[in-house]
Design a protein around this ligand. Structure first.
Ligand code: CA
Length: 229
């Protein structure tokens, strides 16, 4: 899942981005409202974390412009203080939730998860595909009850495929939602990660869950045929 973090304070932005990346999110950072809007129009973010106090356009204005332009991406607003008028203005400007500063990072993660569960329908905390289970709270996966150790990026990729199980997911979608703006479209990085996941998840199992649709993308399903694999 890919997040746009809009925060002008460099140390706060660095700390939050680091924490979110450790939790397997792809994170782009914008330091002002104009940049944030430009990035939100180009990239299909799963969530925007938007600080209210920004140079130039503030968070309220950025949020209003997103909604005026029909972008429905969930917005979590970081309000400078727990003032009623800030919260009301945030929600009125189209934010889905707010978090007053200072906040506990665990609470930020919980709110991020809650907002991501809403899109596009209500997702359960634990997604299952056959005997594969993806616990999106604990960020842990098991197959046939056996815990599988994954890196943050491997986890992010399998979670994204699991959220869309039964659908062919294109490389473009994967690069957009699992990698951040540093992704190199000419690299083979997605293929490399798919191979690693195949080894870890499908290795030793007769029923393969990860399938390739040549020229189209990848699919996580119990009903795959091996024709294209
Ligand atoms: Ca700020």
């Amino acid at each position: 899942m890919r997040i746009l973090l809009v925060e002008d304070e460099p140390s706060a932005a660095t700390m939050l981005a680091k924490g979110l990346r450790e939790d397997a999110y792809a994170v782009d950072v914008a330091a002002d409202g104009e940049t944030a809007l430009a990035q939100a129009f180009i990239n299909d973010y799963d969530l925007i974390i938007l600080d209210v106090v920004l140079p130039g356009k503030d968070g309220f204005r950025v949020c209003r412009e997103l909604r005026t332009n029909h972008l429905t991406v969930p917005v979590l607003m970081l309000t400078a203080r727990d003032a009623v008028e800030d919260r009301v203005e945030g929600l009125d400007s189209g934010a889905d939730d707010y978090l007053p500063k200072p906040f506990d990072f665990e609470e930020l993660l919980a709110r991020v998860r809650a907002l991501l569960r809403r899109k596009p329908a209500l997702y359960p905390d634990v997604i299952t595909v056959g005997d594969l289970s993806v616990d999106t709270r604990a960020r842990r996966i098991t197959r046939a009850g056996q815990r599988i150790d994954l890196t943050a990026k491997e986890y992010a990729l399998i979670e994204y495929l699991a959220r869309r199980d039964g659908e062919v997911v294109s490389r473009a979608d994967i690069s957009e939602h699992v990698w951040d703006e540093s992704y190199d479209p000419f690299s083979k990085v997605i293929e490399v990660f798919i191979q690693r996941l195949r080894r870890k998840i499908d290795g030793g199992h007769r029923l393969k869950l990860i399938h390739t649709r040549r020229g189209e993308g990848y699919m996580l399903t119990t009903k795959g045929t091996d024709v294209d694999d």
